[in-house]
Design a binder for this molecule. Sequence first.
Ligand code: SF4
Length: 88
Amino acid sequence: MDWRERALCLREDPDLFFPIGNINSGPVAMQTDEAKAVCHRCPVTEQCLAWAVDADPVEGIWGGTTEGERRAMRRRAARKPAGTETAA
Ligand code: SF4
């Protein structure tokens, strides 16, 4: 079974995972937190996050992260010397 078939977000409004606007504004921040809460209950968060990091840039909340958070993860990974990666 593909991990996507176990995604908890399949039962949610897809728009929840694509907040529009300034992430620091109240309604957008609340929507982001709500989407992340679904991700944190999801059984395939790790697979989803790995896909999103590899596929970036992709918009929206994936694996409990925003696009900006994934960008920061990639920057941190790029700064690490080869062979020092650790499992999350
Ligand atoms: S981690 Fe979040 S975005 Fe990814 S499949 Fe699960 S609910 Fe959907």
